[in-house]
Write a protein that binds this ligand. Sequence first.
Ligand SMILES: Cc1ncc(COP(=O)(O)O)c(C=O)c1O
Length: 384
Amino acid sequence: MPPVAWEDRHAAFALPDDVRYLDVASTGPRLASVQAAAHAAVELAATPWRSPHDAVMQQVQSVRQRAADLLFGGDVDGVAMIPSAAYGLATAARNVPLARGDAVLVLDGQFPSNLIAWQQRCAEVGAQVVAATPAPGQSLTDAVLAQLQDTPRIAVVSLPHCHWHDGRLLDLDRIAPAVQARGAALVLDLSQSAGVLPVRLDLWKPDFVVSVGYKWLLGPIGLSWLWAAPRWRSQGTPIEQHWITRDPGADWTFPIAAPPPFLPGARRFDAGAINDPIRLAMAAAGLAQLQHWGLPRIAAALAEVTAALDAALEARGLADWKTPGHAPHLTGLRVPGARLDAVAAAFAAHRILCARRQGGLRLAPSLTVRPAQMQAVVEIAASA
Ligand SMILES: Cc1ncc(COP(=O)(O)O)c(C=O)c1O
């Protein structure tokens, strides 16, 4: 299916008409083109001889290129294809230098895939995880910068671009240079921002960047993205040893003495089973559509929706239900504890789909939601 024009974006998704979908932070809505690509790939898989190995491997490369173009300034050699964010973060944790007595800085309450890998590596080497916890009224950025200053022997900083509960932003433009000034490695889990917010590799100079593909990138679960800085492309060690990362030559020889060399770039970090034609087809369709629409336009459209929500809350006298400093595409409704059950139930009854996270409701609008709908959403919340 050809990409859908921007003007027709509300109809591009296979969502029922009566649903207001504000839960992209859990799972992106399914584009009709992605759904069609999945169906076609399932059909094709019934006749495996029509999907020769070389054609599938070419599709691996073309999907990698699409992700590189959309997210990483076309740097296709920096991109590895992996099943989950946790896989990419385990790859980062396996590679960045960490010694006894060192510290890894994370954000308090950040997503567990970006915590457990560090806890495990720290336990192995005798290092420790420290968390930046904002004081009341303090921004996440200031909390990270303060923790960075206060912690001796910071070796790694591993962060998101916004908090997964309520979209509070981290100013990576300020944090990244401070990390570099400490000589620490920077690892980023952009699962809740890639596909909306730009990935500023030149400015942030990260070691590794990770994102799932099934939220803002509108692709399938099971195909995620890992970008690795140039030095890891020549000396990094993958967490699994798969034939797909090697160059065995035309006769496909794997000698007993030693494996064939790695394929160039970050391909050494590719995971097994990325040659699944169904996930490849779905990812290709999602990335093509996003490329056609353009990320700045998507960010601006979603920002209008969350700004309309904030304005409606203020107008209704509920300004303290807003989340200060949230991302354009992701925010939290800070409903007082005693009213949370009622508001969640009212949303469910009105088919306003969102997630309950840490004492609030996470609102992550899809492109099917219009700013004008936010007034009704706030009215339903206020009257619950
Ligand atoms: C910030 C963040 N990272 C990662 C993930 C998913 O991680 P994984 O692919 O390891 O399941 C999520 C899912 O909600 C998330 O919010």
